[in-house]
Design a protein around this ligand. Structure first.
Ligand SMILES: [Zn+2]
Length: 89
């Protein structure tokens, strides 16, 4: 039993972390399937933004309004109609 659990753990740890994964550990990021512009807008208005380019379902809680993002060093990047706010870190 212990060996099975150990093996399982090793397997999980062996998975290569995709970009933005570390943000999940801080509880500031979630992966969401957003299908409409309205949902996206609602998330943005509540301080949630997409911060990892090409990681579409990845949303990060920034807690800022969109117009304040550049003041905090976020770089706007529009890829395939999706606006990403890339963090300087
Ligand atoms: Zn993610």
């Amino acid at each position: 039993m212990a060996k099975v659990q150990q093996g399982k753990e090793t397997k999980i740890l062996g998975v290569v972390a995709p970009p933005g994964t570390s943000q999940h550990l801080w509880g500031l990021a979630i992966d969401l399937r957003v299908s409409s512009k309205e949902q996206r807008k609602a998330l943005n208005q509540n301080g949630w933004f997409q911060t990892v380019q090409n990681d579409v379902p990845h949303w990060t809680y920034v807690g800022l309004t969109e117009e304040n993002l550049p003041l905090f060093g976020f770089n706007k990047q529009v890829v395939q109609g999706i606006t990403y706010w890339i963090t300087p870190l």
